[in-house]
Design a protein around this ligand. Structure first.
Ligand SMILES: Cc1cc2nc3c(=O)[nH]c(=O)nc-3n(C[C@H](O)[C@H](O)[C@H](O)COP(=O)(O)OP(=O)(O)OC[C@H]3O[C@@H](n4cnc5c(N)ncnc54)[C@H](O)[C@@H]3O)c2cc1C
Length: 290
């Protein structure tokens, strides 16, 4: 499939980590932001426009997505140092970003090394783990407006929460960001990445299609523990199954439909509410036509 070209009715199965879902009505793989700006300005793309990265935190419904889906991760991955800041475009993978920061001899990016998404997706979700979150390191943002203009924003234009961001200018999307990390020793930074990747491998079902943690952790509690305590480990709907290894992960055994996963999410919510009186909130974003 060529980059910077608009296609019609493209299956999104290959573009999300659960490997499910319907078709995008219009679909662009963007590697040139000026191409996208022209499309928007000339009204050659259909609204709404949905930006996606590696699709590792979305559940695309089987009936697909209206409007235009823009995939950012095959290009738009410039990374460079600018003074004491690092600039990264939104399409760069978190894993490459983390490794490049470490290689430059800066500390604190290791938590991103095992997150299988893009910088754009991580900014949109305030991705984090092991006590760190990406927005703690953000200094400035480059956005694209609904009119196709490129605009720089500062962090006060965003409300940052646990796995959520509220933008002051809602219709804008992330093109890139400037980050600051503390200076340290390259060896220490690279060692930290190795340690966290090994820990992840031992605790998460990384060989199956998943979207990572399905639910946010409630205050002072863990979604995985609540789900396990309700006896739901291994519970299946169709080919969607609660992982035996990590109860907050839903795995696709092969032929799951998005509906199976959504039904399983609703079932888990219902049981945990009934048994534990706690309302689980999905961390994954469920998108698409009903
Ligand atoms: C095995 C596994 C482990 C995971 N572990 C973690 C973890 O430890 N911590 C964690 O936080 N998450 C984790 N995740 C979830 C996921 O990887 C992160 O949320 C990641 O940041 C999503 O990035 P993405 O590029 O895949 O975004 P997508 O899933 O493509 O999109 C997610 C959201 O971001 C929006 N978005 C994407 N790009 C842009 C853009 N350029 N501008 C505006 N909006 C945009 C999308 O519209 C959507 O709303 C895990 C997932 C998996 C599969």
């Amino acid at each position: 499939m060529e980059k910077n070209k608009v296609y019609k009715n493209v299956s999104l199965i290959k573009f999300n980590s659960w490997k499910v879902g319907g078709k995008a009505e219009n679909f662009v793989i963007c590697s040139d932001i000026n191409f996208l700006r022209r499309l928007i300005k000339n009204k050659e793309v259909y609204q709404p426009i949905k930006f996606i990265g590696l699709g590792s935190n979305i559940l695309v419904r089987d009936k697909g997505l209206k409007g235009t889906t823009v995939v950012m991760h095959k290009g738009l991955n410039d990374f460079h140092k600018q003074g004491e800041l690092f600039y990264s475009e939104a399409g760069l993978s978190c894993s490459k970003f983390s490794k490049m920061i470490a290689k430059e001899g800066y500390l604190g990016s290791a938590f991103l090394s095992g997150i299988p998404g893009t910088i754009g997706g991580a900014l949109a979700m305030n991705a984090g783990c092991y006590g760190s979150e990406i927005w703690s390191f953000v200094k400035k943002l480059k956005m694209i407006s609904a009119e196709g203009e490129l605009i720089e924003r500062n962090i006060n234009d965003f409300e940052v929460g646990y796995r959520k961001i509220k933008k002051k200018y809602d219709a804008e999307n992330f093109v890139g960001a400037w980050f600051s990390f503390p200076k340290g020793k390259k060896e220490k930074a690279e060692e930290e990445i190795k340690k966290l990747l090994a820990h992840r491998k031992n605790t998460q079902p990384l060989n199956w299609p998943t979207a990572g943690s399905t639910f946010k952790n409630p205050d002072n509690n863990y979604a995985a523990k609540l789900i396990e305590d309700c006896g739901l480990k291994g519970f299946k709907i169709g080919d969607a199954k609660v992982s035996e290894q990590h109860a907050n992960f839903i795995i696709n055994l092969g032929a799951a439909k998005a509906k199976d996963i959504e039904d399983l999410i609703n079932h888990i919510k219902k049981i945990v509410l009934k048994e534990k009186k706690i309302k689980l909130i999905p961390e994954v974003e469920i998108i698409g036509n009903i």
